[in-house]
Design a protein around this ligand. Structure first.
Ligand SMILES: [Zn+2]
Length: 344
């Protein structure tokens, strides 16, 4: 069974005006990973540099001259897939184009563009551009699996803007497939399988069932995807989308990808309302044919991409391993719900 544990510790000190101050910090344990994270409520009132308004695009946002992802440079400056994966060299769906990552992180590493628009402010992309890009990712991953049945540790990720790790402004997804598991594949795959062996039910379906009954972290639906805030966040304003009961790419329909796109864009519009312009997204799959790991997309805000903004990973996160956020997930869910109203 899943346990949603939290406890509060209190820091006490004498303020500069001589009063005794008690400052509560909530420590929550992630029901899936067992990792603790902290909500330092006292910092929510802090005026964080660069978040009083949505940062302007970087001054070079209009300069496409050096961008290998803008057409017509795309054809001459990006690599092509091996013929056994795709004889034409690139996967094209609508305005989305998928090609290998010139700087791969694993055996199969690709990039999927949304379209030919070089700079896209958060929350302003077209839903069809996301749907086409996700469909290209799914097509690529299925081709990889056909060619290499053991490269079943798969992921689709996004680094929106350099503050989230993006090396090129031009919006894109990264796609990975490998025979070697990442840490999160290894842990989540093992956890989902052992959970099923012990309980006879699926990990994220049960997690979702608990959260839908509890309601205070549940946000809404887009098609079959169900959206909620993480109980014990490992990033700022962390939002999950769960596709319950679906454990393989082969079970995902075109509509599922379209509905995922709606939820991702809802999340972006919510982040934009918080004057945040940068985020990471991740969707992990284990395509070994027996994994009990259901599809779950995770989206977290990163520090704004703007001059002199404080990084969101401090010594506390990097050296102690506990994420410290400032907002209760229940408040995040309440603020996010209006962005799902048109799709619920
Ligand atoms: Zn470009």
């Amino acid at each position: 069974m899943l346990h949603f544990n939290k406890e509060t510790v209190t820091a006490r000190f004498i303020s500069s005006s001589g009063e005794t101050v008690q400052s509560p910090i909530e420590i929550r344990t992630n029901p899936v990973t067992g990792r603790t994270s902290r909500i330092a409520f006292s910092r929510i009132g802090e005026l964080e540099a660069g978040t009083d308004s949505l940062p302007a695009p970087p001054p070079f946002a209009g300069d496409k001259s050096l961008c290998p992802f803008c057409r017509p440079s795309l054809q001459s400056k990006t690599p092509r897939l091996l013929p056994e994966l795709m004889p034409e060299g690139r996967l094209i769906r609508g305005d989305s184009v998928l090609f290998p990552n010139l700087f791969p992180y694993g055996a199969y590493s690709a990039v999927s563009l949304f379209d030919d628009i070089h700079y896209v402010d958060i929350g302003t992309a077209s839903p069809v551009s996301y749907t086409n890009s996700f469909l290209n990712c799914a097509d690529y991953l299925k081709r990889v699996l056909t060619n290499d049945r053991k490269a079943f540790y798969m992921a689709i990720t996004q680094n929106h803007l350099p503050a989230a790790g993006g090396s090129l402004l031009h919006p894109h997804l990264q796609i990975q497939a490998d025979r070697v598991a990442s840490n999160h594949h290894r842990f989540l795959g093992g956890k989902a399988d052992s959970y099923f062996a012990e309980n006879g039910s699926l990990l994220f379906s049960d997690y979702l069932y608990h959260e839908k009954n509890k309601e205070d972290r549940y946000i809404g639906k887009t098609g079959r995807w169900e959206w909620l805030t993480a109980f014990a966040p490992e990033g700022f304003f962390e939002i999950w989308g769960i596709l319950p009961g679906v454990t393989s790419l082969s079970q995902i329909t075109c509509d599922n990808w379209k509905d995922l796109s709606s939820g991702v864009l809802n999340t972006q519009r919510f982040y934009r309302s918080l004057c945040r312009n940068s985020y990471n997204l991740g969707l992990l799959m284990i395509e070994d044919g027996i994994s009990r790991l259901e599809l779950r997309v995770v989206i977290i805000v990163r520090s704004n991409y703007a001059p002199w903004v404080r990084n969101d990973h401090t010594g506390f996160e990097v050296m102690l391993g506990d994420m410290a956020t400032f907002t209760a997930p229940e408040e995040t869910a309440a603020a996010a719900r209006p962005f799902w109203n048109d799709t619920m």
